[in-house]
Design a protein around this ligand. Structure first.
Ligand SMILES: [Zn+2]
Length: 241
């Protein structure tokens, strides 16, 4: 095995624990591939989809969007991971790439408008809309309540695609759906770069990556037990290496 393959292999092993069980498939296939073992045609076909997932994870890691450490989430729970998609989306070429990948998950002929809840959904919503050739609008909070402002309007029967950067509790998605429906619009789909909802919402979410975070109550948190410093999201964190 050459050095490049070894580095790639290490990368796979290091990120393996970040991927949902059903995504483990890629590691097996790629390991077979790298180690020159035979893989089936079906495995080979599935690889391209899985490689796209890997390339997005690679981008998230390289841009420091995927953080490892000991975090206190806004819910008060603790986690060993945190996403800051803004770090990926600060690079226009990566934002465009993510938008194109998300757009590919939906049928443009069944979408009239793309809506990205502010702030996280604005850039990626715009890039997805651009790739689909559709209009891009956003909802935003005013005094804590999600609203559609700035003269944006949703026509009755408009098919609206909701795009977010990260979906965890889907609170802003659900609030935006209520707004869309209040205008008589229809939900054409829901998409995000990173789905970390662990299937806990009733929504059908299309994502570039699904990751189940390790989440603990402060009392049960193993990192607290080890006395590791805790950080609140937004503050400085360590990038996964
Ligand atoms: Zn903790």
């Amino acid at each position: 095995m050459n050095t490049k393959s070894k580095i790639f292999l290490n990368f796979l092993k290091n990120t393996e624990n970040l991927i949902k069980n059903k995504k483990f498939y890629i590691f097996k296939s790629l390991l077979s591939f790298i180690e020159d073992k035979k893989i089936s045609d079906t495995d080979y076909r599935n690889l391209s989809t899985q490689i796209r997932t890997m390339s997005m994870i690679d981008l998230l890691i390289r841009t420091g969007s995927l953080l490892k450490g000991h975090f206190e989430l806004s819910s008060g729970l603790h986690s060993n991971q945190y996403f800051q998609c803004a770090k990926l989306l600060q690079y226009p070429e990566y934002a465009e790439k993510a938008g194109k990948q998300l757009a590919a998950l939906f049928d443009a002929s069944k979408i009239d408008v793309v809506l990205g809840p502010a702030l996280g959904g604005v850039i990626i919503g715009y890039e997805t809309a651009k790739a689909l050739g559709k209009k891009s609008i956003f909802t935003e909070r005013k005094d804590g309540i999600m609203t559609l402002r700035r003269g944006f309007h949703i026509n009755k029967e408009d098919r609206v695609l909701v795009i977010e950067d990260v979906i965890t509790t889907a609170k802003s998605t659900i609030e935006s759906i209520k707004i869309i429906e209040s205008f008589g619009g229809k939900i054409a789909g829901i998409g995000c770069i990173v789905d970390r909802s662990s299937g806990q919402t009733s929504l059908k979410i299309e994502s570039l990556i699904q990751i189940d975070p390790e989440i603990y109550s402060p009392e049960e948190c193993p990192m607290c037990k080890l006395g590791q410093n805790i950080e609140k999201p937004g503050s400085r964190t360590q990038i996964i290496e």
